[in-house]
Design a protein around this ligand. Structure first.
Ligand SMILES: [Zn+2]
Length: 319
């Protein structure tokens, strides 16, 4: 159990000190919050299938409850109109919160795609932006230890681009987790390696020195393409903590959604790839899309939203 303390509004809140705190919170929420109970029970019955794409695996999940997230409008006008669901005052009364560093709420995601699905929301309503929260990202990964912590860029899968948040899932939930476990430890302050794993390509940044890791990540991000109306390039980031060092997987993104997302009739394929999909858990909220999701369809979608190895080599030349 986490340590209890008083927060500013005098409510007793628990503090996240270990992965057990998060795990126990999810169990409590499933027991006590009907929405979580229903959706976690539904998840356990979700149909899934493994699809091999050029030597790597993706797990396809048919999850109708995710239509809210997949279909979410994330353009500035729509965001402006809706009530922010991550702001403290709008969190559901039944949603428990664990405090992390006085700055974030660790929450049980009530629309899960993982058996333990956490959302870590900043207490302040500030835009989704990676670098200002980089140190917290590392600290959170260290505290959550057996979880994979990940980040969706504002135009790369985040359903609240206006409210800073990370997510986490127990390690092993995405096929990327298995690949990462094979990567040898760095045994140095920081090191950058290219990461070419079939349908997603990017960089691995490993090491034990937080400052140097940030320098490397920042330098890599400066080589990615950023549109005029964007405050950071499109990307998904994953982080792992092993033997006193971090391993960051940085995947630059070409675009958020494939063309099929806004197509009509039989051309339509409702896929809105975020970090989970890039990590190898490909979520389809519609049965017809789930049935059609074979290696060719997935490769086409991943190819549209991620860069090829050759394109990444061009970014690397700018370093
Ligand atoms: Zn907010």
């Amino acid at each position: 159990m986490g340590i209890e303390s008083q927060n500013s509004d005098k409510q007793v809140v628990k503090i996240l000190t270990s992965p057990t705190d998060a795990y126990e919170m999810v169990l409590r929420q499933i027991k006590e919050w009907p929405l979580a109970a229903k959706n976690y029970a539904d998840l356990s019955h979700c149909e899934t299938k493994m699809v091999q794409i050029e030597g790597a695996w993706a797990r396809v999940q048919y999850n109708p409850n995710r239509i809210i997230s997949t279909g979410a409008k994330v353009d500035p006008a729509s965001i402006e109109k809706r009530k922010c669901f991550l702001c403290t005052e709008n969190l559901p009364a039944k949603q428990e919160r664990l405090d992390f560093k006085d700055k974030y709420w660790v929450l049980c995601n009530p629309y899960p795609i993982f058996r333990e699905h956490l959302t870590i929301a900043c207490k302040e309503h500030v835009r989704q932006e990676f670098l200002p929260h980089f140190d917290s990202f590392l600290e959170l990964t260290k505290t959550l230890e057996i979880y994979s912590v990940f980040y969706n860029g504002p135009q790369s899968g985040a359903s609240a681009p206006d409210h800073m948040h990370f997510q986490a899932a127990s390690t092993g939930s995405m096929t990327l987790d298995d690949i990462v476990q094979q990567v040898p430890l760095c045994h140095q302050p920081a090191k950058v390696m290219t990461f070419n794993a079939s349908f997603r390509n990017g960089y691995l940044i490993g090491g034990s020195d937080k400052k140097m890791l940030k320098v490397y990540v920042e330098r890599l991000m400066s080589t990615f393409i950023k549109e005029e109306d964007e405050w950071e390039p499109k990307m998904n980031v994953f982080c792992y903590y092993r033997n006193n060092e971090w391993l960051i997987v940085l995947i630059p993104r070409r675009q958020h959604r494939p063309w099929q997302y806004s197509a009509y009739d039989e051309d339509c394929f409702l896929s809105s790839p975020g970090a989970a999909d890039i990590g190898g858990l490909f979520v389809t909220p519609r049965k017809e899309d789930y049935d059609r999701a074979d290696a060719d369809v997935l490769m086409d979608i991943y190819g549209q939203v991620c860069y090829s190895k050759e394109e990444l080599d061009r970014f690397s030349k700018k370093l």
